[in-house]
Every structure is written in structure tokens, then in C-alpha cells.
Design a protein around this ligand. Structure first.
Ligand code: C2O
Ligand code: CU
Length: 484
């Protein structure tokens, strides 16, 4: 067995530039704002039809189109918008050639609406329909995606934003949803096959060679001097982590994973957002007319690139000094975990260059070699490699009780760990308190990190806890916890 246990010695994802295979053009493409649905009743009804489509991922006029899988013909899918306290209905009609489901990531909803195949519903067959309907208890930036064959379904483009507006949103001049994604494509615009490639399963996941903003290559965004923007960032990539530096503009983080946080400047000047995570930013364009401000992604040190450039319009500034309006958002009604929280531990092991030697798979203990060869599993949580969705719960939690989880990443890889149906506070990282103890549904664990989270297990049912690097989940990094 070689270093990663996969026997794979072929191509590694190398091209981490904005666009690995083509030089950048000088021409600027403006970001189109995503459509906003007008407000009306307390029930918001949407339909989403996942199906094959052709879209323009590559940004230059003569670039070829790409065959994707899309919700209702667009990548990302239509923005689903509602207001806190409203009820949302999404009628899903499956136009794919295979089963699918819809998971509304981060929403605290009833278990039967969670979209996890077998665990919460039967998969929606080709040509089949399923209607999801639930209340929206919290405002914030969320997203939807399938929860079956996710490496391929999400990897081919199935994802969309789900925005729950506050009753009293902060005053801004313009708001943008920024779906960040990356793709593995050739110069012909075709998406590379080989989903679940052994190398991706056992290393950092399927990291692509083309980064897109709202489904296309975007180079610049025209803004006005003095303008205040709200940016709703969503990382819909299978595996890529983004680390965006907004140099030259005043950037304030106001929400993480949808939930308000004390407004603060990003730590080390960089907004780090792993797969599945969201960040709401308020950005003041405190720059002179006619200037250009680059948003640089330097998460992967050796592959720094310009994610997008703000082109500050020439002419008179919109205002001389930043807008004098509060940035803080009203809190969501989340249950506060209490001090008597029961402590539990979750140990993450495996992957290339890891120390995992054996794990339990479907109740049977086996060596890593057999686990890998026979089942393509290479990760474990508390010594168990997940076989799918219908598993014995790793934890049985008492409804209404508080829990404190210490999650240990004993691997050399990043793992954005996502809990369904609940929102937790991120309390500590490597023994140090995390500033503002933000509410989250997906917490990033870098290599060797130990992270403490706490939550109230108040939502009955069987819920997934898994890595949102989709290839890691596929490779065994998931578990079920039951609240009863
Ligand atoms: Cu965004 Cu279990 O998923
Ligand atoms: Cu992972």
C-alpha cells in the first residue's frame, strides 16, 4: 500500500489558479445579481427540477458551454427566498436519470423534511416527486443540495441558495448572494468524470481547477465609492476551502452559517469558509473612485489567485464616509446549551498519511487494507467507518438535554463537520476560547485540531453528522445521532 492506501499514482489536482488551463482575459464580466422574489404570503412555494442542462461556466465569450446537472436549468439553482417565521414549500420533481433528494442545509426543520435517503425518506426516483414543507424558525443564509450520490450530484452543479430574510435587515445599498464553487473541467468545457476517484476519497477531496462565482467565471464587480454591500457567501464546492482577503475595503463579519455573530473584522484579515459553510459580510467600499480592489484567495499558500476584483466606478463617490447604520443582526431564537451539558468525544481518523489501521464496518472490525479494497472506506469516526445512511446511532441523545462534544481531528486533512437538524455553539479550538462563540452548523477542523461545541438536542429524530468534504463522507466519515 502506498502513502494514501489507494494505490493511485496518477494525476493530482494541481491547477489551483483561478483557471488552471487558460490565461485570464483582460475583459471584465460583471456579476449579475440573483433574482429576488417579491414578498407576499406567509407560505412561500417553490418548485425545483433537477435535470441535465447546459450552462456557461467558462467566462469568455467564445468559451464552450458545459453540460451540468442543474436545478430548474440554472447553476446555481434559483435563489429560494422567504422571511423568518414563514413556511416554505419546495416541490421537487426529479428530472435526473437517477434518484435524488433535497437537503436544506442548516435549517432547523422536522426530521422527515431533512432529505437524507433511507434515514429520513425514500430516495426520489427518476421522474418522481416529493414535496418538502416546513417552517423557518431562523433568519440567515442557507443552501440546498441533494443528499444522495452527492459527490457527483453536487459536483455536477446541483446546489442553490436558500435565504431567510430578517424582519428588519441591516441597511445596505446592495445585497449579493455569492455562491462559491469549483469544478474539474477540461479546456473543452466538459466536467471530468471519475467521481469518487480513490485519490480524492483518501486525500483532500475533489478539488477542481476552475473557480466560479454564481456559476460562472467572474473577474470583476462594479461598485461605487462609499457603497455598503452585504455579501452572503456560500461554499458549495465538494472540497475546496476558500480564504478570501478583502484588502482595501472595510469588511465586517455579521453572520456565520446564517446566524448572527457579534460584528467583527475577519481574523487575520481573511474570511475562511469551508465546504457547506456560509459567512455574511458587510463591506464598505472605502476607496477612491476609479480604483481596483482585488479579493485574493490565498487559502492554499502555493496557489494564490485573485478571486474577483471590485472596480470602483469613476465619478463622485456615493458618500464621503462609510454609512452610519448599525451592522448587527437580531439574534435567532436558538436554545442556549446549559452548563450541565453532557460531555462526549468524537475522534476523526484516517485518510492518506494517517494512522488508521483498522475500523468497524457494518459491525465487523477489519484492517484498513481490506476496508479500502473491499469497500473504499478510509475514514472513521470513533473507530467506525460509515457504510451509508442507515446505521446504528453513534449517540443516543435525550431530547431537551445539552451536550458538549469534543471533536478531535487526528488526520492531516481539513474536515468541515456538519450536524443536521441542530445549531451548535463553537466554544473552543485547541483549548482556547473561540471569539464570540459563534453559532454554526458546520465547523472546520484543520489538521490535528481539537474543537469543542455545545448544543441542545431539541429536535427529535435520526440526524447525520458528517464531513462536508463530500468525498470524505463517501469514504466513511459520517455517523448518525438519534434524539429521542
Ligand atoms: Cu450540506 Cu449533510 O449536508
Ligand atoms: Cu473531511
Amino acid at each position: 500500500m502506498n502513502d494514501d492506501g489507494s494505490g493511485y499514482r496518477g494525476r493530482r489536482p494541481t491547477a489551483m489558479s483561478r483557471r488552471g488551463f487558460l490565461h485570464l482575459t483582460a475583459g471584465a464580466v460583471a456579476v449579475a445579481g440573483l433574482p429576488i422574489t417579491p414578498a407576499s404570503a406567509a407560505l412561500r412555494a417553490y418548485s425545483l427540477a433537477p435535470a441535465p442542462a447546459r450552462v456557461k461556466l467558462l467566462g469568455r465569450p467564445n468559451d464552450p458551454e458545459t453540460d451540468v446537472w442543474a436545478y430548474s436549468g440554472s447553476v446555481p439553482g434559483p435563489v429560494v427566498r422567504a422571511r423568518r417565521g414563514e413556511r416554505l414549500r419546495i416541490a421537487l420533481g426529479n428530472g435526473l436519470d437517477q434518484e435524488t433528494t433535497l437537503h436544506c442545509h442548516g435549517i432547523r426543520l422536522p426530521n422527515a423534511m431533512d432529505g437524507v435517503p433511507e434515514l429520513t425518506q425514500a430516495p426520489v426516483a427518476k421522474g418522481g416527486r416529493f414535496t418538502y414543507e416546513f417552517d423557518l424558525p431562523d433568519a440567515g443564509t442557507y443552501w440546498y443540495h441533494p443528499h444522495i450520490y452527492t459527490t457527483e450530484q453536487v459536483g455536477r452543479g446541483l446546489a442553490g441558495a436558500l435565504i431567510v430574510e430578517e424582519e428588519a435587515p441591516p441597511k445596505v445599498d446592495r445585497e449579493f448572494v455569492w455562491m462559491l464553487d469549483d469544478w474539474r473541467v477540461g479546456e473543452d468545457g466538459a466536467i471530468a468524470g471519475e467521481f469518487d476517484h480513490p485519490h480524492d476519497l483518501s486525500h483532500g477531496g475533489r478539488i477542481g481547477n476552475l473557480v466560479t462565482l454564481n456559476g460562472t467565471e467572474v473577474e470583476s464587480l462594479s461598485v461605487k465609492a462609499g457603497e455598503r454591500l452585504r455579501l452572503r457567501l456560500i461554499n458549495a464546492a465538494n472540497a475546496r476551502v476558500f480564504g478570501l482577503r478583502f484588502d482595501g475595503v472595510e469588511t465586517t463579519v455579521v453572520a456565520l452559517d446564517g446566524h448572527p455573530v457579534t460584528p467583527h473584522a475577519p481574523a487575520d484579515g481573511r474570511v475562511v469558509i469551508g465546504p457547506g459553510q456560509r459567512a455574511d459580510l458587510i463591506v464598505d467600499i472605502a476607496a477612491d473612485p476609479g480604483t481596483r480592489l482585488s479579493v485574493v484567495d490565498d487559502y492554499y499558500e502555493r496557489f494564490t489567485y485573485t478571486f474577483v476584483t471590485f472596480e470602483v466606478e469613476p465619478g463622485a463617490p456615493m458618500r464621503g464616509s462609510p454609512l452610519d447604520a448599525p451592522k448587527a443582526l437580531a439574534a435567532n431564537p436558538l436554545p442556549e446549551p446549559d452548563r450541565s451539558a453532557e460531555a462526549q468525544e468524537i475522534l476523526i481518523e484516517g485518510g492518506a498519511m494517517g494512522g488508521l489501521t483498522e475500523a468497524v464496518y457494518k459491525g465487523e472490525k477489519m484492517g484498513l487494507r481490506q476496508l479500502w479494497r473491499a469497500h473504499r472506506k478510509v475514514w472513521s469516526l470513533n473507530g467506525i467507518a460509515s457504510s451509508g445512511f442507515m446505521e446504528e446511532p453513534m449517540f443516543r441523545l435525550t431530547r431537551g438535554r445539552s451536550y458538549r462534544w469534543r471533536i478531535k481531528n487526528d488526520t492531516v486533512w481539513d474536515h468541515p463537520m456538519h450536524l443536521h437538524g441542530h445549531v451548535f455553539r463553537v466554544l473552543a479550538r485547541n483549548g482556547a476560547p473561540v471569539p464570540f462563540a459563534p453559532w454554526s452548523d458546520t465547523v472546520m477542523l484543520h489538521a490535528d485540531d481539537v474543537v469543542d461545541i455545545a448544543f441542545v438536542a431539541d429536535n427529535p429524530g435520526k440526524w447525520l453528522f458528517h464531513c462536508h468534504v463530500l468525498e470524505h463522507h463517501r469514504g466513511g466519515m459520517g455517523a448518525v445521532m438519534e434524539v429521542a
